[in-house]
Write a protein that binds this ligand. Structure first.
Ligand code: UTP
Length: 291
């Protein structure tokens, strides 16, 4: 079984749900307390043993490339001012030299198209996809749990979360075919089903381990929902030849691509901060009293 070494991070979307904040700042660079949202997702990938990060970028996204590079003048100034703690932190957060690739999706034609843009850099090996606007938190990070599951069952593994029945029509929902090895065996997926037609209440939540055969399917994929090339459509085609398992993720997920999800993420990560968590809690309590 081939190891999962590469991760695709599609960051070419327009982020229209959080405009005007994203007019000239990528939504993945919005700060969630003291670091950009994408840092949490890259950290999650690193903790799962990912060695190479493939960012699928678009117009107005150069800040992401700069962020994952060293900043010579800044580092020299921090050194000169003897701010060694923060300098070391910046250096620790950087992926290894050569560990990042940036490919361009010229037009945001959909998530499936964005993943397909990474085909040459991924090559012929299974790989991970992490949606960078979803910050997922647990003692063992989500992708690490999935890699462990993949090493048991092979094939394709996606993360899912239970949502209230009244919300199923907002999400991609899994059609389950029983349980195996503590995972849900999948026989299908439905995009935004009506409540009464939903085959389950497990929503597809933003982390995928996929076999490279998906690329040929994506190449010929016709546009689906919203006129976009949908990853789920090609996953459905792949399901005929390759096993798919859903791993229920029990941790907490924050959707920073929506305004309220962003607020929730910001507050939660401030509270979880090793240095500023307690102060943040005190501040929030005080603010709540004043409301
Ligand atoms: P979303 O649909 O959440 O992102 O896609 P979006 O299109 O930026 O958001 P809204 O709806 O306009 O607010 C999930 C992920 O897939 C990427 C996005 O950047 C996001 O991280 N994506 C989406 C692409 O890279 N290319 C696309 O064509 C579409």
């Amino acid at each position: 079984m081939k190891k999962i070494r590469k991760a695709v991070l599609p960051v070419a979307g327009l982020g229209t749900r959080v405009l005007p904040a994203t007019k000239c700042l990528p939504k993945e660079m919005l700060p969630v307390f003291d670091r950009p949202a994408i840092q949490y997702v890259v950290d999650e990938a690193r903790a799962a043993g990912i060695e190479h990060f493939i960012f699928v970028t678009g117009r107005n996204k150069t800040a992401i490339e700069d962020y994952f590079d060293s900043a010579y003048e800044l580092e020299k100034t921090l050194e000169y001012k003897n701010k060694i703690g923060v300098l070391d932190q910046l250096r620790d957060l950087l992926p290894d030299p050569g560990a990042c690739s940036f490919v361009r999706q010229q037009l945001p034609k959909g998530l499936g198209h964005a993943v397909w843009c990474a085909r040459d850099v991924v090559g012929d090996e299974p790989f991970a996809v992490l949606l960078p606007d979803m910050i997922m938190r647990d003692d063992v990070p989500c992708l690490a749990q999935m890699v462990e599951a993949y090493e048991r069952v092979g094939g394709n593994v996606i993360s899912v979360e239970e949502v209230p029945q009244e919300d199923v029509s907002k999400y991609g929902i899994v059609d389950p075919d029983g349980e195996q090895h503590g995972l849900i065996k999948m026989k299908g997926m439905v995009e935004k089903p009506a409540r009464e037609d939903a085959p389950s209440n497990y929503m597809i939540s933003g982390r995928y381990i996929l076999q490279p055969e998906i690329f040929d399917l994506l190449e010929n994929q016709t546009p689906g929902a919203g006129g976009e090339i949908q990853l789920t459509d090609s996953m459905l085609s792949l399901m005929g030849n390759s096993s798919f398992f859903a791993m229920p993720f029990k941790g907490k997920t924050y959707d920073t691509g929506s305004k309220l999800g962003y607020l929730e993420a910001f507050v939660a990560l401030a509270l979880a901060h090793s240095e500023h968590g307690d102060e943040s809690r005190d501040l929030l309590k005080k603010m709540m009293k004043d409301l």
